[in-house]
Design a protein around this ligand. Sequence first.
Ligand SMILES: Nc1ncnc2c1ncn2[C@@H]1O[C@H](COP(=O)(O)OP(=O)(O)O)[C@@H](O)[C@H]1O
Ligand SMILES: [Mg+2]
Length: 254
Amino acid sequence: MVNNHQAVTVRELSKVYVGRQGSVEALREATLDVPSGSFVSLVGPSGCGKSTLLKIIGGLITKTAGTVLVDGREVTGPQSGVGIMFQTPVLFPWRTILQNLLLPTEVYGLKKEDYVDKCLKLLDMTGLSQFSKAYPRELSGGMQQRAALCRVLAYDPELLLLDEPFGALDEFTRERMNLEVLRMWHLNNPAIVFVTHNVGEAVFLSDTVCVMTPCPGCVAKIIEIDLPRPREVTLMKTRRYADYVFEIREILGV
Ligand SMILES: Nc1ncnc2c1ncn2[C@@H]1O[C@H](COP(=O)(O)OP(=O)(O)O)[C@@H](O)[C@H]1O
Ligand SMILES: [Mg+2]
């Protein structure tokens, strides 16, 4: 999966939020590589700067110092080819699911007809085919998040930024959604940066886990996860999996 081309390069990235209450140092000299096609997780406690790092990579907020390249180019704002998903699905309640999936065509000025079949296929693949004409309120939280995932995948992102995408879902649904993400990832193979505070989830999903600590906002260690793919849930019962989880928990002191 992994090659030498870098989807994301982060060097000595720092971020200080300046507000009326004073300033908050959210990231301090963070350094990270995301090879194209690889799955990288950012794991660490709440407030350690994970979302800040992800938003800077996505061009949603500005950095204070350091270098961030996406596909070899300096990030100056939101980029085409980068899909971003947050904890809440952000579906418009007055639009049907299919209309929500087609929304980016309006934002990016793409031809809607070119994407209808693809969106319907993705809904079918994720078990939502009968909901294309339903409204978001008619779907469970997990289904809404699956629809939001279809929406980012429909536009073939080379880089997918996922910020605790299933954090609001129950454990069983979250596990199923994670398997769904892996299945989609194997099909299209975008690079993925996945933010989570769940150590087990990070190990299960990733090629590389970037362990962050509130020092503040430091990358404490980068760990390559040498476990076979495709990953099955039974992997979580193995010694090697448990060893990785233990190693990361030691670093985090939890
Ligand atoms: N817009 C903002 N203004 C000021 N401080 C912020 C802002 N966003 C985040 N922070 C602060 O920056 C730090 C890192 O936040 P964040 O990146 O959201 O962490 P995480 O995603 O790991 O929970 C926290 O101390 C948080 O309070
Ligand atoms: Mg966050």
